[in-house]
Design a protein around this ligand. Structure first.
Ligand code: GDP
Ligand code: CA
Length: 330
């Protein structure tokens, strides 16, 4: 069975580990979000691709969910001693090596997809990991800018605003201020990376893990051609809710959902994807009351435990998703 999964970082990676355990013989292609990518210290950092690669390759810091296990921070401390930041982004010594290799290869002319393949030759994640695009896409978040002077915005009776990089919003500001808009800068001009559209067209099942619907899956779907290919693939598309009991299980997804006018409920996220894209949707058992609402929107829905507490529990979630996919297959 050929399975295509659209993945962000932690939620996507943990789900993939369960999926591999539930379907050991499946041929899994992961289309990874690169909207979180950032250039730091002259290096290209791809947080979501690396989280998937390290998690599936056995190198992840388990408790934290991102970064390397057994990490040290000597380089970061030395940079700080020179007054060189940002200090708010955690880059460890082991992790630095990945970004150095990536940046060196990109400098030599390799596209990100080829670089990712080369990095995965070491990590052997057991899936084919493709960036959504080889082109530069950077998610920016529009926030209030109380420090800005001038009449712009004030003329419309509101505070001036500014766009910041997603990582600045998420990591430095901890999503503590309202997000007015989420903009995947460069997405409109981006092309799906080699292999992405072929994987979708050749899939037997397409899964949306419990990744962030706006800044992970939403960004992947913003690359022209990907959403259309999924809708036209003619195979079951099944998603799992990252929202459990009206709140994200982890992180601040509610903040970016609000920016796109979507309530933080399992049903609202399903309706946001819509029946044009989704055939099936899994909500947690605590959200069982949402099943009828999702089904009324034309999406088959089941309530099952959706907490990825360990690989066995996550594998059961993956099995439920594959079972629902068979149910909706026409
Ligand atoms: P990120 O790029 O590291 O933020 O990771 P993703 O976008 O792949 O996933 C983030 C989402 O995973 C968050 O919105 C969480 O609510 C969700 N999530 C994390 N752990 C769990 C879990 O155990 N169960 C469910 N259903 N969602 C989870
Ligand atoms: Ca991410």
């Amino acid at each position: 069975m050929r399975i295509v999964v659209l993945a962000g970082g932690i939620g996507g990676a943990r789900f993939l580990r369960g999926l591999k355990s539930a379907a050991p013989d499946a041929d899994i292609t992961v289309i990874g979000n690169t909207g979180d990518d950032i250039h730091l210290f002259g290096l290209k950092v791809c947080p979501d691709l690396d989280t998937v690669m390290y998690t599936l390759g056995g190198g992840i810091h388990e408790e934290q969910g991102w970064g390397r296990a057994g990490e040290t921070f000597a380089v970061k401390e030395e940079l700080a001693a020179y007054g060189v930041g940002p200090e708010w982004f955690g880059l460890g010594d082991r992790d630095f090596a990945t970004h150095i290799v990536r940046t060196q290869m990109i400098g030599a002319g390799y596209p990100l997809s080829a670089v990712t393949e080369a990095l995965c030759a070491r990590w052997q994640p057991g899936v084919r990991l493709l960036p959504m695009t080889d082109d530069r896409v950077e998610t920016h978040v529009l926030i209030d800018d109380p420090e800005a002077g001038g009449a712009e915005g004030a003329a419309e009776g509101r505070a001036p605003r500014k766009a910041v990089h997603f990582q600045e919003y998420w990591v430095r500001l901890r999503a503590s201020v309202p997000a007015h808009a989420v903009i995947p800068v460069g997405a409109e001009q981006a092309k799906p990376a080699p292999g992405v559209l072929d994987a979708i067209a050749g899939a037997d099942v397409i899964l949306f893990p419990p990744s962030n619907p706006v800044v992970s899956v939403g960004t992947i779907l913003a690359v022209p051609g990907i959403r259309e290919a999924i809708a036209e693939a003619g195979v079951p598309v099944v998603g799992l809710s990252p929202i459990v009991g009206d709140a994200p299980v982890r992180g601040m997804a509610d903040k970016v959902l609000a920016a796109v006018g979507v309530e933080s409920t399992a049903a609202a996220v399903a309706r946001h994807y819509g029946s044009g894209l989704l055939d099936g949707w899994l909500v947690d058992t605590v959200d069982a009351a949402a099943v009828s609402e999702v089904e009324a929107a034309g999406i088959r829905c089941r309530a099952v435990p959706l907490m990825m507490t360990d690989v066995a529990a996550t594998a059961r979630m993956a099995t439920e998703a594959l079972t629902l996919a068979e149910e909706v297959r026409t």
